[in-house]
Design a protein around this ligand. Structure first.
Ligand SMILES: Cc1cc2nc3c(=O)[nH]c(=O)nc-3n(C[C@H](O)[C@H](O)[C@H](O)COP(=O)(O)OP(=O)(O)OC[C@H]3O[C@@H](n4cnc5c(N)ncnc54)[C@H](O)[C@@H]3O)c2cc1C
Length: 90
C-alpha cells in the first residue's frame, strides 16, 4: 500500500473530537504501521510512505525515493493496481 500519511485520519470523528475535551484527540489518528496492520502475517505486504504523483500503464510514480525490497525507488512497477484515491487529483 502506498500512502502519503503516517496515520489514517478518522475524518468523520474529527468534528466529534473537536466538541469535547474528555477524549484523547490523538485517537482520531490511527497509525498505519504497526497499528492497522499489526496482525497481518509477516511478509504479507508493505506500507510505503509516499505520495503518488502519476500512474502510467507499468509504474506508479512517487514524490520521493523509498526503499522497497532493498531497492531505492521513486517508481514502483505493478501488475495489478487497486486505487483508493481520487485519480482526478493526480
Ligand atoms: C466531517 C466528516 C464526517 C463524515 N461522516 C461520515 C459518516 O458518519 N459516515 C460515513 O459513512 N462517512 C462519513 N464521512 C465520509 C467518509 O469519511 C469518507 O467517505 C471516507 O473517509 C472516504 O474513504 P476513502 O478511503 O475513499 O478516502 P480517504 O479516507 O480520503 O482515504 C484516501 C487515502 O488516500 C491517501 N491519499 C490521497 N492522495 C494520495 C496520493 N496522491 N498519494 C498517496 N496517498 C494518497 C490519503 O492520505 C488517505 O489516507 C465523513 C467525512 C467527513 C469529512
Amino acid at each position: 500500500m502506498i500512502e502519503k500519511n503516517s496515520h489514517f485520519q478518522h475524518l468523520f470523528a474529527f468534528p466529534r473530537f473537536a466538541m469535547t475535551t474528555k477524549v484523547d484527540t490523538h485517537k482520531a489518528f490511527i497509525p498505519f504501521t504497526p497499528g492497522t496492520f499489526a496482525n497481518c502475517p509477516a511478509e504479507s505486504g508493505v506500507v510505503v510512505r509516499a505520495g503518488v504523483t502519476n500512474i502510467d500503464k507499468d509504474e506508479i510514480w512517487l514524490d520521493r525515493k523509498v526503499e522497497v525490497n532493498g531497492q531505492r525507488l521513486d517508481k514502483v512497477p505493478y501488475a495489478y493496481l487497486v486505487s483508493a484515491i481520487n485519480l482526478l487529483s493526480l
